[in-house]
Design a protein around this ligand. Structure first.
Ligand SMILES: Cc1cc2nc3c(=O)[nH]c(=O)nc-3n(C[C@H](O)[C@H](O)[C@H](O)COP(=O)(O)O)c2cc1C
Length: 225
């Protein structure tokens, strides 16, 4: 049995299909049972459903493309948008830890504790996101991960001023591109009738895009001894 047989990174969604409430309820029920380090919960998951489209569109448009605000690559760079964020349901993990101001005497220990908290936040989020993805796929839903976003700006835009956004997982029903024989792998994104960047189509498993071709063999990434 393989739970992830049909999984691909879903980026474009079929809004004509309604995601069944029972499926989302099942996911949320299990999300609460995901393990955490000593019940510390250095992170939490915030879920934006179909009624929160405007919030999702704001972070999609403004903070969630590979080179956020041209900070790294400079102006003129092609923007790659992340349609995962526009899923019917966006699961977004954000930090719960607070940054600390260490005094000189206790700085080393404060720093050590803080780093551990960050580590736990990332690990717990990843475990939670993995569980949500697996259950969603098993229920016949589609999923897409994204971390190409500005953590601080995204958290702020979602209403969390002290927090950082860690990982996003779109969940819903994707558009079906599986029968496209000669697919265009990029879809233009327009603002006010001007192309402002591109967003990858859903790339069906029988096609290999340039990233998937980099995938190492099963034996390389899963070693059985
Ligand atoms: C933690 C994580 C973060 C990811 N972030 C992004 C992202 O920001 N943008 C994107 O287009 N794809 C993102 N992906 C999707 C991968 O690029 C994708 O899994 C890879 O291209 C292989 O394609 P497949 O998932 O369709 O097999 C992410 C995947 C993971 C697991």
């Amino acid at each position: 049995m393989t739970y992830l047989e049909n999984r691909i990174t879903a980026r474009w969604w079929d809004y004509t299909r309604v995601v069944e409430k029972e499926k989302i309820d099942t996911i949320i029920e299990n999300l609460y049972r995901v393990p955490s380090k000593q019940c510390g919960y250095e992170q939490k998951c915030v879920i934006f459903g179909p009624n929160s489209y405007d919030i999702k569109k704001n972070i999609y448009d403004n903070y969630a493309w590979a080179d956020e605000n041209n900070k790294l690559l400079g102006p003129g760079v092609v923007k790659y948008f992340n349609g995962q964020l526009l899923a019917q349901y966006l699961f977004m993990w954000v930090t719960r830890y607070k940054e600390v101001d260490g005094t000189e005497e206790n700085w080393a220990i404060q720093k050590y504790r803080f780093e551990k908290r960050i580590q736990k936040a990332f690990l717990e989020s990843g475990i939670g996101a993995g569980v949500v993805m697996t259950i969603a796929e098993d229920l016949g839903l589609d999923t897409g991960f994204s971390i190409c976003f500005d953590s601080k700006n995204v958290a702020n835009a979602l209403g969390y001023t002290d927090e950082y956004a860690l990982v996003a997982l779109g969940v819903g029903y994707m558009q079906d591109h599986s029968d496209v024989s000669n697919p265009c792998l990029l879809k233009a994104v327009y603002h006010e009738n001007k192309i402002v960047g591109y967003d990858n189509y859903n790339i069906p498993q029988h096609l290999t895009d340039k990233i998937r071709k980099l995938k190492p063999s099963n034996e390389t990434i899963v070693e059985i001894r």
